[in-house]
Ligand binder design. Sequence first.
Ligand code: SF4
Length: 450
Amino acid sequence: MILPALAEAESPLWRPVKYSLFPPLGLATLAAYLPPDTEIDLQDQHVETLHLEDTPDLVMIQVYITNAYRSYEIADHYRRKGAYVVLGGLHVTSLPEEAMGHADSIFLGPAEDTFPQFLKDFKHRRPQKIYLSTVRSLIGAPPVRRDLIKRERYLVPNSLVVTRGCPHHCRFCYKDAFFKGGKSFYTQKVDDALAEMERLPGRHLYFLDDHLLGNPDFAAALFEGMRGMGRVFQAASTVASVLDGDLIQKAARAGLRSVFVGFETFSPENLKQSNKKQNLERDYVKAVRGLHDLGIMINGSFVFGLDHDDRDVFRRTVDWGIRNGITTSTFHLLTPYPGTPLHQSMMQQGRILTENWDLYDTRHIVYRPRGLSREELQQGYEWAYRAFYRWGNILRSSWLHPSLRQKMRHLLYTGGWKKFEPFWNILIKSRRLSRMLPVLEAILETSSRR
Ligand code: SF4
């Protein structure tokens, strides 16, 4: 089972620590369907050198858009050696014809229903070429094979996913393409999710769900079950879920200390064009204040290059983030991923500039923007990162919080994450990254005591 490194791994902007955060959970999830006596080698090229000289019976590769070419090379290599090679993941589902040329079987969509079927077919030597997921359920799924994960190589080994998909339909998002042909949002049973948490050591959890609060009943029951567990956790939510009802308060009581929020843009026209209805007419500042009042730090996500952006969008966005004490910001250049409605319309308008998938990393411009030139967009994006993470701005933003404890937490979290690259690299090289976990836990814990 192989997760090849993303193309960004060769970029001068590559930050090893950013790609040493989470273990390959998708592959470890599928590994659970293999018979317990199967000899499995789960390799993640982001944290180790791949060993490709073995002669396995079966090779499974997880394909994202920016590791697609690398995945295909590895697949071809093993097929030449006589192994049976299967490919799955977001990119395979978006472009099955492309992937098919490098695989014996491909998986379209999530594989919880199709992988067990494939294993039966493989055993009887009659595997099919294409496995298309239609039945969407996590009920009865076996526990993730965490024993295959090299925990010490990751900063956040306790990552987990308890839902699949998201209830929304943003036009730039991969989600609908991946879940085409069936349900695009479903959850585990609450008891199963709680049992998965019990298996994880330490206090910290990182939910990789697209939208942990997306099903309010499920989320409320989950947070209720987590009370008293003594966990601190990080997750993703929408602005709407922060503002509506009291779910976010329940999350905070269960241990939520930091949340990824897709603000994406301040322009109503951009939101409408992106079908990001859930953000329309929502008071972003109120959402931020509400989170800060609960002691929850914010990782804000912002997209540049939408059709109604102008030259001032970079300064406006960075200023807003600093003024509102956003702890970390993730900026993206708009990227029309194949299979999405955005890609379709850009194709129709003749705006796609390249189909070199290595460049579809949200750091390169791969389409013709409207409201500003390509140079302005690229330079503005790079400036936004530099400006947001300048020491002066980190200090200014940290000092906006009311209590000294909150100020210090913001400073430590943002400064530690963005300003100590050599330190992180030493930890990665010496395979001691996971030793920083108690520090992360301590910083997150601070946030609850304002
Ligand atoms: S809210 Fe996020 S995960 Fe859901 S469809 Fe929109 S971009 Fe995708």
